[in-house]
Design a protein around this ligand. Structure first.
Ligand code: ARG
Length: 571
């Protein structure tokens, strides 16, 4: 994975690996993989961990020998020092700055990306709300994390299909249809289908408390749907289509796009074929008229795949959907971004696919996440995502208006307020490791200080303002040797690490790693704003600094885009 044409650190690592390989005969790729960036830079810029090379001999002793055998071949790697089982390398930081600026300014929005996944295809399935039921915090997390994973795969060169697997099938649509015949209103359906269908759903569930026969009617209605009854399907199709239009609006607001709107209802022949396979392989068992797969042996319980009335279930549709997706897309990887509450469901699904003998069964993966506690607006418990977004926007807009002079210069202040609010929501959601539950904290989320979305947006806007106010154009031929300050080097070291970060995300899919990175870069930048001026500085130095700020801005912007934020130029 070494690529000095996209990753500035590789320009150095490749030299370390080649040099050491010539002394030791160890494969340079092995050496390359054992090179880390130490947290403490006092000893060196790169550290080679000898135990990771798995060679015979005492690592500390070898480190000494290899250090003694080190001879600089050019002026990139200056020194090798043994420290215990490590060999620490000091590099020419002038060249690090120069090459990093060269690569970042040449690649701009592609800086950080690599082509390691070229020719490979991934399906990332995320968001997947249930039509007529609230889009809750779990769906929001799936949406945010899922779009992040999609961006990560794309940045690593994969061809990615972002798929929304709507919960748009099942008995509850029978219930909804009956509810609509009683409480439905055409006008309201057109105005806001999601809200209206939710109201209808709540009302019919209330009716059903006194009239339990409604549930039988609902089951019968769903049976009609599964049997392909056109009139039953026509109504359901309208609910679905109108809901998708509305979802797209909210996703657009959140800067999220899907390549495919799939859904439980869209699973077709794959399901019958899967059932036939299950039957013929003897995996299927009868149990009180229902059909089940016994996964007790794997401590995964028993999963029901067909009810006694012949209708299908959530898992049945998932099995069929997976089969159809493979046949259609031949994916190299398929990721399900679903809350940890469904861990068992996905384990059952994956085990079933494996038992069915699909040779792609090891290409599926569940990316889970914890719960959000206490998500509410000032008015009360949240039912609709839009309420949270509207409130975030309002809080930000009030905040912005406090500085009237600045406010007057912002084009589209409401759009900007919305973006800052959404950044607050997204960064709070991604601040900790995925699996952790977290408590919704509006004060923290919307703060312009501390580890928040608004703070990162602010750092970005401030970089844009430096560019604007300098009155200069970025000069790609600036003399980068003039960036001599410690603060400048810190920024450039962080920028240089961005391509490594992007690559490492494929191992853990942790958005918090990018949040931490964006915050670190923002801190590096804030630390020098007051000392490393552009305006009013000697022209050659001003050029060099402007180039540095510009590359920092490009990199911060790339990290933000990875997290699904739209970097703001003014706020
Ligand atoms: N619609 C489901 C829910 O809201 C999530 C779907 C997850 N994806 C899947 N392939 N089962 O709970």
């Amino acid at each position: 994975g070494c690529d000095p044409t996209t990753n500035p650190l590789d320009i150095f690592r490749i030299r370390i690996a080649t040099q050491l390989s010539s002394v030791t005969n160890i494969d340079p790729a092995t050496i390359y993989r054992a090179i880390d960036i130490p947290r403490q830079l006092d000893h060196g810029d790169f550290a080679l961990a000898l135990p990771r090379l798995r060679v015979k001999g005492n690592p500390a002793q070898l480190a000494k020998e290899w250090a003694a055998a080190f001879v600089p071949v050019d002026d990139y790697i200056l020194e090798a020092t043994p420290i215990g089982p490590f060999l620490n390398y000091r590099i020419n930081t002038r060249l690090l700055i120069k090459h990093t600026l060269e690569l970042a300014s040449a690649r701009v929005e592609a800086f950080g990306a690599n082509a390691s996944g070229a020719g490979k295809k991934a399906i990332v399935e995320f968001s997947s709300p249930n039509i007529a039921k609230p889009f809750h915090a779990g769906h929001l997390r799936s949406t945010i994390i899922g779009s992040f994973i999609r961006n990560v795969y794309a940045a690593n060169g994969w061809d990615v299909i972002a798929m929304n697997y709507l919960g748009d099938w099942g008995k509850q649509y029978g219930l909804l249809a009956i509810g609509y015949s009683r409480h439905g209103c055409e006008q309201k359906l057109l105005e806001d289908p999601i809200k209206h269908l939710y109201d209808v759903y709540v009302q019919i569930n209330r009716d059903a408390e006194d009239e339990p026969t409604i549930h039988d009617e609902a089951r019968a209605y769903f049976k009609k749907m599964e049997d392909g009854d056109e009139s039953a399907l026509a109504l359901w199709r309208r609910f679905r289509d109108l809901s998708i239009v509305k979802y797209q609006e909210v996703y657009g607001r959140l800067n999220i796009e899907f390549d495919v709107y799939s859904g439980e209802s869209q699973v077709g022949k794959g399901m019958e074929e899967a059932m036939a396979m299950l039957e013929s392989t003897g995996l299927l068992q009868e149990s009180q008229g229902a059909k089940v797969i016994d996964l007790e042996k794997y401590k995964l319980g028993v999963s029901v795949v067909q009810k006694s009335d012949g209708t299908t279930l959530y898992i049945t549709r998932d099995i069929g959907a997976a089969k159809e997706r493979y046949e259609r897309y031949k994916f190299d990887k398929m990721i399900y971004v679903v809350a940890a509450q469904q861990d068992l469901h996905l384990k059952q699904l994956f085990k079933t696919l494996e038992l069915m003998g699909f040779d792609w069964a090891d290409r599926v993966e569940h990316v889970n996440f914890g719960m959000v506690q206490g998500m509410s607006t000032r008015k009360g418990t949240v039912v609709f995502l839009e309420d949270i977004l509207d409130e975030a926007q309002e809080v930000m807009h009030d905040q912005m208006r406090k500085n009237e002079a600045k406010y007057a210069e912002i084009p589209e202040p409401l759009r900007v307020a919305d973006e800052i609010g959404i950044s607050g929501v997204k960064i709070q959601d991604n601040a900790a490791r995925r699996v952790k539950n977290y408590a919704f904290d509006r004060n923290r989320m919307f703060s312009f200080e501390g580890d928040t979305g608004p703070y990162i947006q602010y750092a970005h806007a401030r970089l844009c303002s430096i560019e604007r106010k300098s009155g200069l154009k970025v000069n790609l031929d600036a003399d980068t040797n003039l960036l001599t300050e410690e603060g400048a080097l810190n920024i450039m070291r962080t920028v240089a690490q961005y391509p490594d970060l992007v690559k490492s995300l494929m191992n853990a899919y942790e958005p918090c790693n990018v949040v931490t990175y964006a915050l670190n870069l923002s801190h590096d930048i804030s630390a020098v704003f007051d000392t490393l001026w552009v305006r009013g500085t000697e022209p050659a130095v001003a050029d060099a600094r402007l180039l540095m700020y510009w590359c920092a801005r490009v990199t911060l912007g790339n990290a933000m885009r990875l997290l699904g934020l739209r970097p703001l130029e003014r706020m």
